[in-house]
Write a protein of this length. Sequence first.
Length: 222
Amino acid sequence: LSAILGFAQLLELEQAELSARQSASVQQILKAGRHLLALINEVLDISSIEAGRMELWLEPFDLRDALREALDLTSPIAEAAGIRLEAELPATPVVVRADRRRVVQVALNLLSNAIKYNRPNGAAWLRLGETEGFARVAVSDEGNGVADAAAPRLFTPFDRLGRERAAGVEGTGLGLALSKRLVEAMHGAIGFENRTAPARGAVFWFDLPVHVGAPVNGRQDP
Ligand SMILES: Nc1ncnc2c1ncn2[C@@H]1O[C@H](COP(=O)(O)OP(=O)(O)O)[C@@H](O)[C@H]1O
Ligand SMILES: [Mg+2]
């Protein structure tokens, strides 16, 4: 797969020499290749968690930084999809004890869903708050939400709740299942509710334990 993607990228650089049809084909190879790569990575992550082999590095860090990273990576996708992306982060650090890379991965999953399953020209919000020892990240959108009958199937691997039959919105059906396993392995929780007012939409949230004690990023204040 690395070779397929690598050579397709080389071809992409030769655009000036390719016909319009050829360069459209190169784009198809790249698109399908990236989709397959995401699928493979998610399947490998899920299987390593289920085999009890997932290694997590739990350490204290400012959750706002991890969320800013996820937002930076998502904002071009939101822009391309015509979705307004807004973030509300507190002015002071929210230090959690978790695996930073995995937290970014979970935030990316929720943000990409809020963009994909939104209404045309809709908005998505990411909010960070704190309650009783937990930090809560909530991602909401203005899409149709999740039908009550389908809600129990959320977080089930490969279940796209019927979206696989609708053209256009691509996915593997693994993002939420993986996010749930990751968050729970970090001693947190993940959940969902539908919004009704002022507009329809879904809110997906996850909680992570707030770090208690002094050291942050290995630094220890005297
Ligand atoms: N914000 C959302 N609004 C409505 N439906 C959603 C939302 N997020 C997820 N879903 C539903 O849950 C399913 C599973 O989500 P996910 O595991 O991220 O897989 P994928 O996005 O690859 O389909 C999606 O296919 C979709 O039907
Ligand atoms: Mg998804």
